[in-house]
Design a protein around this ligand. Structure first.
Ligand code: ATP
Ligand code: MN
Length: 481
């Protein structure tokens, strides 16, 4: 007999004569009530064991974490909180779980402890919910772009270009450390390496993505990205997933419209498809915040916060306006910021971004037109900027509690301007010959952005540490599992 998912049993419209469910025991109460979970839903199904007619030996093996198969009738539940339960007629222990040793006890564990047990934390309510939401959001990403006719492009994970400068790179090599081939001047001779040149793990698929946009019109990537940034923050991973749309003939305003519409779509999708999981995560958050001082609690519950983002336009603010706001802000005047904003041209730190979003505007913010010299070489230089105050058509989207969630720009489409910029920054033209070809042959205005998928999952689940929204996080000094 084929087993039925717990989710389907709980959603049944009638009682059923014989059903079979398979899952893991969450708790076993009074020698009678099993709370069974199979991962199909946050909810457990209650299985009522006929303990008088079940051997003690079997009852003793119904422990938290054990895998069991239960067969019985689906009846209306007299207990509160569930419509149906299973009156068990046959119980089989599929896999024992030593109650003394199983790390996921039915009690509250710290997130740190759970991180050390990332292979088992997914058996908790919170992590089950987070990982289901993550899965649904992934699908929403594809659904949005596919509905709009974008082509999904798989850009290379091993790249031969290190020019983008988005972050520190991990080297990819097949050379031996013991007997490394050297050139005459003692440097590693990458000509003898697997690819005959130096290669790295990608930090972004943008440059390759641009070449595809200049043929297919609208493209997106969604894949793993690697940055060897040694910053141990709650928002950085060494391996994360990035979504990078790139669109021919879009200018910066179109790019901002696309990013806003996209984010609202995927959040709405999660609200529609994951309401039970999100309600659970909202409750978890409220519970957690009870122990915090009033001032540190969120102003909105999770679902309100998500709906707020759907119902309100993101505030669009130029870098120059933002600097004025920050310079006049109380924390700047009282020197509460670690980096005091004195003049135009300063790079914004996350403390400034969070001030703008959380204290000043109290909504998602799109900052645009940044100083050229704090942004990447490929960004479109604005026409009519004052000498010494050149700006580029860049935009960053800042979210409450997260900071930067999106970084994007209109790209420099003019061959001469681009080459000049590369020269000034010492970027090798030869190495990016293929990128420059897009500007040599049929160049056009185009724009795109990168959205860090885990930062999106952080926002939607209300979690605060990025290590808790990816199955097996990679961070400095940690590559367990
Ligand atoms: P940050 O300033 O937060 O380090 P960044 O400016 O380096 O971000 P971009 O190079 O613009 O980021 O990358 C695009 C997006 O990828 C960011 O907006 C963010 O959402 C995400 N991102 C960047 N670095 C990381 C990381 N180490 N871990 C997770 N997500 C990241
Ligand atoms: Mn970074």
């Amino acid at each position: 007999m084929r087993h039925t998912k717990v989710k389907d049993l709980l959603n049944s419209t009638t009682t059923l004569h014989e059903v079979n469910a398979k899952g893991w025991v969450r708790t076993f109460r009074n020698n009678q009530f099993i709370a069974l979970n199979d991962g199909s839903t946050i909810n457990n199904i209650q299985c009522v064991v006929d303990f008088e007619n079940t051997p003690d030996e079997t009852l003793r093996r119904i422990t938290t974490g054990a895998a069991v198969s239960v067969t019985g009738t689906l009846v209306e539940s007299k207990g509160a909180g569930q419509k149906f339960e299973i009156q068990v007629t046959k119980l089989e222990i599929l896999g024992d779980s030593d109650a003394e040793k199983f790390p996921m006890q039915p009690k509250k564990h710290s997130l740190e402890f759970l991180r050390e047990n990332a292979h088992l934390r997914v058996r908790t309510n919170a992590f089950g919910a987070i990982m289901r939401v993550r899965s649904v959001l992934s699908f929403a990403v594809h659904s949005y772009f596919q509905e709009k006719g974008f082509v999904y492009v798989n850009t290379p994970i091993i790249t031969g270009s290190d020019a983008e400068g988005a972050g520190e790179m991990f080297k990819v090599t097949a050379l031996s450390f013991d007997n490394t081939p050297r050139t005459e001047d003692g440097k590693v001779n990458y000509k003898e390496d697997f690819f005959g040149k130096e290669t790295n793990l990608t930090v972004s698929g943008q440059l390759e993505g641009e070449t595809f946009a200049m043929a297919l019109g609208q493209i997106y990537t969604f894949g793993p990205t690697f940055r060897a940034e040694n910053s141990n923050t709650s928002r950085h991973l060494a391996e994360f997933w990035m979504i990078e749309p790139e669109v021919a003939f879009n200018d910066l305003n179109d790019n901002m419209d696309l990013a806003e519409d996209f984010i609202q779509y995927v959040i709405k999708y999660a609200l529609d498809k994951c309401s039970e999981d999100l309600k659970f995560l909202e409750g978890r958050l409220l519970e957690e915040e009870k122990s915090k001082p009033q001032a540190e609690r969120s102003e909105m519950a999770l679902l309100d916060k998500l709906n707020f983002v759907l119902e309100n336009n993101f505030k669009r603010v130029s870098y120059t306006e933002a600097i004025d706001i920050l310079r006049d802000s109380t924390p700047n005047k009282k020197k509460k910021f670690n980096y005091i904003i004195n003049e135009w041209g300063a790079d914004l730190q996350s403390e400034h971004e969070r001030y703008l979003v959380e204290k000043h505007f109290k909504c998602p913010v799109i900052l645009f037109d940044y100083p050229a010299n704090i942004k990447a070489f490929y960004m479109r230089l604005n026409d009519n900027t004052e000498p010494g105050r050149e700006t580029v058509r860049a935009m960053d989207i800042l979210f409450p509690g997260i900071g930067e969630i999106v970084g994007g720009s209109q790209r420099e489409e003019r061959f001469d301007v681009l080459v000049e910029k590369m020269k000034a920054l010492g970027i090798d033209e030869e190495e990016l010959w293929w990128y420059l070809d897009t500007r040599r042959f049929g160049s056009a205005v185009h724009s795109g952005f990168g959205l860090g998928f885990e930062r999106l999952v952080l926002f939607v689940t209300g979690m605060t540490n990025i290590r808790d929204v990816i199955p097996f996080p990679r961070t400095p000094m940690n590559a367990e599992f």
